[in-house]
Design a protein. Structure first.
Length: 240
């Protein structure tokens, strides 16, 4: 929706570039969604990956860094999203940026402009659009949302997101994607990362009881921030 509104507002006079930072641990249906959105926008979506990680693999980042997640976030976000975006910016020298901050993420937008860069256009915030509004408009355009939402996940980022600490979330991963749960369990144990919080303590995934529950996960029908640290994976670059 950020892309659509930006093209509508600036596309006739400016060079608008749509850029996506892929991560292979996302569900494969995200690629179908990207192509559907590309057809809807009638503008090619460019792919930008970090030079250090051409595989775009979060698993590779965790193994290389020997670190999965902590209070300051996760290295996969920094390497595969933030640095990939910055490398693209260094090459293409955009004058303005549009990222998918919704009206319910205004504080995150303000923090981003203070700590990262000031030349960001709050397209969705100016339009008063929430995450739920974006879903409705996408569906109204006839585009099927990524299937992970229909699987009960709160966002369409990587399955088995290491920034999640909820036992509800991790047991949902264990149920819906047992292979991914086993992979995260093995890697986190090997690296020494206690990813889940249960009864007030951090524990390894393989220690999590199968019936453990925390707060209910938010769904696509609710108002919630869709991204943990970086804004939307598809960012937009506007060059006057």
């Amino acid at each position: 929706m950020a892309a659509k509104l930006t093209l509508k507002r600036y596309g006739a006079e400016e060079d608008v570039r749509i850029v996506n930072n892929p991560v292979i641990e996302e569900d494969e249906d995200n690629r179908r969604f990207l192509l559907d959105v590309q057809d809807w926008l009638d503008v090619p979506i460019e792919i930008a990956s970090a030079k250090k990680y051409p595989s775009c693999s979060a698993v590779e980042v965790w193994d290389t860094r020997k670190y999965m997640a902590g209070n300051t976030g996760a290295p996969c976000t920094i390497e595969l999203k933030k640095k990939a975006r910055q490398e693209w910016e260094e090459t293409n020298k955009p004058d303005w940026h549009v990222l998918g901050f919704t009206v319910d993420e205004k504080s995150r937008f303000e923090r981003f402009t203070l700590t990262e860069r000031a030349n960001v256009l709050p397209v969705l915030i100016d339009a008063g659009m929430s995450k739920a509004d974006c879903f409705k408009m996408i569906q109204k355009a006839g585009i099927v949302l990524p299937r992970v939402y229909r699987m009960g996940y709160p966002n369409a980022n990587c399955i088995g997101c290491v920034k999640a600490t909820s036992p509800t979330y991790w047991n949902h991963v264990r149920k819906m994607h047992p292979v991914v749960f086993q992979q995260r369990s093995e890697q986190s144990r090997r690296i020494g990362a206690k990813l889940v919080r249960h009864k007030g303590e951090r524990i390894f995934l393989d220690e999590l009881p199968k019936n453990a529950m925390g707060a209910p996960m938010k769904t696509m029908q609710t108002e919630c921030g869709i991204f943990c640290e970086e804004p939307e994976a598809t960012s937009l670059k506007v060059t006057p």
